[in-house]
Design a protein around this ligand. Structure first.
Ligand SMILES: [Zn+2]
Ligand SMILES: [Zn+2]
Length: 200
């Protein structure tokens, strides 16, 4: 039996209702259904997200995949694409959003810009909030097929999360995982302390 996580749980975690969390909520629920899994409690599920928008918070709540556990992988592509893998069955799906926010509500950007402009009044902000709620509602009610292009894909399983030794940065004294450290003039330093070699 699938345990249904209500959207309100996502809102509690994320802090507000928005189209982004609605998209993530739908993507995550579709993946659990397609890959025949309950809300996984540990590492049996893996998600790759290709953006770091509000949607990712919904995905964490619904699938149980988190950054800390290493089964939520972020690729900085700026794409509304979500790939899910059920490690127990080896099956995976890729969901790509079919419509942009502006295609879902043609006035959305205009109202948002107005609400956040210098001249934006309290009413403009309220209007934007109600628009956001309406659009989120719409996304939650659309059919899966209208919302996403769904493909069954084969996913190469990424390497298991490894544990790395920590070493002290010789400049700031913070501990840094060995594989992220840099060497500068023979000294081990962290990334923020490292002066990038740049000839431009
Ligand atoms: Zn949000
Ligand atoms: Zn440092």
């Amino acid at each position: 039996m699938q345990k249904i996580i209500p959207f309100s749980e996502v809102t509690k975690f994320h802090g507000h209702v928005c189209p982004g969390t609605a998209i993530g909520y739908r993507a995550a629920k579709i993946s659990l259904k397609e890959l025949q899994s309950d809300r996984p409690v540990d590492e049996e599920f893996l998600t790759i997200v290709e953006n770091d928008s509000c949607s990712v918070d919904a995905i964490q709540v619904v699938t149980g995949c988190t950054l800390g556990k290493g089964n939520l992988i972020f690729k900085d592509y700026g794409k509304q694409v979500y790939t899910f893998l059920n490690r127990n069955t080896g099956k995976s799906i890729r969901l790509s959003l079919k419509k942009s926010i502006d295609e879902l509500d043609s006035d959305f950007s205009k109202i948002r810009t107005k609400a956040f402009s210098k001249e934006g009044t309290h009413e403009d902000k309220l209007e934007f909030k109600s628009r956001k709620n309406d659009l989120s509602e719409k996304i939650l009610e659309m059919s899966a097929d209208e919302l996403f292009k769904l493909e069954h894909v084969t996913m190469e399983e990424p390497e298991e999360a490894r544990l790395f030794q920590s070493i002290k940065c010789e400049k700031c004294g913070d501990y840094v995982a060995e594989h992220r450290a840099r060497i500068e003039e023979g000294n081990i330093v962290c990334i923020p302390c490292f002066k990038e070699y740049n000839r431009n």
